[in-house]
Design a protein around this ligand. Sequence first.
Ligand SMILES: *Cc1c(COP(=O)(O)O)cnc(C)c1O
Length: 342
Amino acid sequence: MSDTTVDLRSDTVTRPSVAMRRAMAEAEVGDDVLDGDPTVRALEARVADLLGKSSALFFPSGTMANQAALWLLGEPGTEVYAHEDSHIVNWEIAGTAGLVGLQMRVVRGAPVLEADALRAAFRPASIHAPRASLVCAENTHNGAGGMVTPLAHLQAIQATAAEQGLPVHLDGARLWNAHLATGTPLADFAACASTVMVSFSKGLGAPVGACLAGDAAPMRRAWEVRKRFGGGMRQSGILAAAALYGIEQNLPRLGEDHARARRLAAVLAAVPGVQVVSPDTNIVMCDLIGGVTASEVVARARSAGVLVTAWHQTRVRCVLHLDIDEAALARASTVLAEVMAA
Ligand SMILES: *Cc1c(COP(=O)(O)O)cnc(C)c1O
């Protein structure tokens, strides 16, 4: 990929900066499977504190942390309620079934999980149907275009789940963005769930990693399930240092990505044949209603040096991030407006 390519495929494409690499190189490390890595402990303490949870555990990926949460809260042979467009439904390769023995029951209706739709999805108790054992929410919601679930809605989801005695896991890969967009404290969002996953490799710009934070009871076996899934890591302080750097240096600047997303959305909304989901955060979803397909847009944009994703046949996803500056935004706006025009 040439240096002039503008890559809006995901906020995962950011490369660790020189300063982040220096923090990684200088990290104090130990064997975290054997007897502990001090930088990993520092990261976990920082995340538990930010989220107001009793502990946090560092994972190699958000996917593994989500699956571990399902293992901790769910029960094999039961169902998990999740929005039809959520990450655990769309992108985790049936891990829920294969690794945890849970069946997905998708909730339809609104673009994100809502309490009313959840209540309507509850199945009456029957010896012929599996019981449910948990509910999974996602904030911000990737499939809905980085949409924020406001605190009151998340609290309503938690209360509705509790009516059925179900705990909530929150996939908060981009909870940082929800926090920056609303000013709601991270801990208030996290209080709506028993376990919360947060990612470091999206907007925070770290190369890999996620934390699962949670209440004392579910987290009791978190170390064990991470080991079982093959996620024990040795001198992982190298990676935790990048995550700590991302929290301190890059979390406060996420608002810049949100502002650029709004500007890109405004440009593309004026293009004939394009309908844009007004962005809450850093993701711009463009629906092509004029007959051009998403894969045509992706191919044309690529040949003009701009990379975007075909979310489905008529929807294109553009994600703003740390490595997109003013010049890159201007270039992407011009190219995308041209190639999306019906
Ligand atoms: C990226 C993402 C994940 C998975 O994180 P990885 O570290 O890439 O495995 C989970 N949920 C959501 C909403 C995500 O965007």
